[in-house]
Design a protein around this ligand. Sequence first.
Ligand code: GCU
Length: 642
Amino acid sequence: MTNVITHPAWLPAAAWRPIGTRRVRVDVPGTVRDEVEAACAAHGGRLVTAGEADLTLTLTGTGHDGYAITRDDRGTTVTAATHAGLVHGLFATVRMGESAFTPGPRVASRPAFPRRMLDHWDNVDVHPVMGQVERGYAGGSLFWSAGALRTADLPRIRDYARLLASVGINAVALNNVNVHATEARLLTDRLPEIELLAEPFRRYGIRVHLAVSFAAPMLLGGLDTADPLDPAVRSWWALTLGEVCERIPDFGGVLVKADSEGQPGPFAYGRTHADGANMLAEALAPHGATVHWRAFVYDHRQDWRDRSTDRARAAYDHFTPLDGAFADTVTVQVKHGPMDFQPREPVSPVLAAMPRTRLALEVQATQEYTGQQKHVCYLAPMWSEILRFRPRGDDGPPIAGTVGELVAVANTGDDPFWTGHPLAQANLYAFGRLAWDPSLTPAEILDEWITLTFDPDDGTRAGLHDVMDDSWRTYESYTAPLGVGFMVRPGHHYGPDVDGYEYTPWGTYHFADRDGVGVDRTVATGTGFAGLYPYPWNGVYESLTDCPDELLLFLHHVPYTHVLRSGRTVIQHIYDTHFDGVTRVEAARERWRRLALDPDVHARVAALLDEQVRSAIEWRDQINTYFFRKSGIGDTHGRMIY
Ligand code: GCU
């Protein structure tokens, strides 16, 4: 069944009016001209080939995918060196609205990161546990349904490519990093599906990538090994990837999750991740394509009794010894935190420890651990904090200046609102905008999104900000406290279960007992994780008094009576934030009720806010009760704890 996307996201027809009512000249054939032609047809303007124009879009010079916009009395001109740059310049003009046509200072913009990538975790077959989209909260896959490519929906995929291009995204991995049997074949006999999918993305300057199985030479090629140093394996990859690049000349490359959570990898042959990645790079480099190799490697079968094994160290311990060993066309893709996309983690120390390797920062737009697109959780403040973090202190570069690329796990699907929760669209929008320009503030990005999506009056704009601006911190306040993470129901990860993972092999523990809680990751008495950071953070994280409150339990095991930097005890902080979190969600629901917006959007969000209130209360009561029963210490305000 095909859902109809009823909500046009942030490019409604009205946003094109300022361009579509004017005389516009486009000097090159292709997508930019098609877009302008459609806008003029809708709004009464004219595409002209010569003479006076209010807006001219033209290619000039050579260089990057940026653009410049000049505005004077004679009109507005958008120039770019590449067609993709002109596409970005056109969308920038749309964002500017009428002000694009009033004289003003020249705007010149170029992307901070050359690759701005979205990873889909879409399966071809419906996976028995994970479904069509792993950790997908926005309906089915836009690309496949029950084993078959959605050929009838290619126009919608084109609309999707357009949405992504409008925020500057230029690379998309189409399938899940956990590559099952059917999906492995996208590389060979099912390659025609990728050829078809590549076309709508190509129109918008987006290159497609494929997640591949490291064991593909065995699964598909009939070899008895996938050893990256075996000549037969190497030539299988060279031939197979050569064929892919011939059929899809702008193929972006492959994405690999190896030796992680059951996926095959080079460890089986006593080889390193560099051996594996470089083999693929050698096959792809002649065709201008690259390898994304994920650093999410850890032991998911550890013994919970063994307190010396620390999952937070794993990526660092596996990858930093290989710094400098990866080929130039390999990108090591690192999750933002050392664990797994929790709402609060320290920035991964790997990002500061591999100066001779091209790194990508990976964030999760799909809200696996941040409310599963049932809760409002605007993630730009978290991403922005990560990008601004300076691992070497104030004199060193921020993460935005340390990594070479940004990647997000996609939050989209065939849901009528694209993202399940209509307000989760803002996360996709913000990811693209931050990847283009990490100096933008979360509030200004949200403001752009609000304007383009709703074109609201001032009161509605303020209401949307009230509901969304701080929603990440609100979410944090009623879930796992002080950076300790998880406490979610195992498997699907929605809702509270404080001990759900405590005695499992997954390495995600909080160690709460009657005296205290938290993971001792200090050098002095713990796992040594704090020492993986350069100065000054190694010292800050090691110190019980300097460690930021929001990360305290990620780094230290403390008594419930430990006094935080805020002046409150840990136990009182837990109670206060959980009561406060529910109050804030209730206030957001009230605020939303009073907003006048598109009725479909309003109704969907209102229903989801009811669920968010219910869920926040469930979190509050389970967390508070758990810690009250463990500690025996009451709430100083005497509120209801069960
Ligand atoms: C999380 C998530 C998995 C996913 C994994 C990954 O653990 O729960 O579904 O496969 O991350 O990023 O590879």
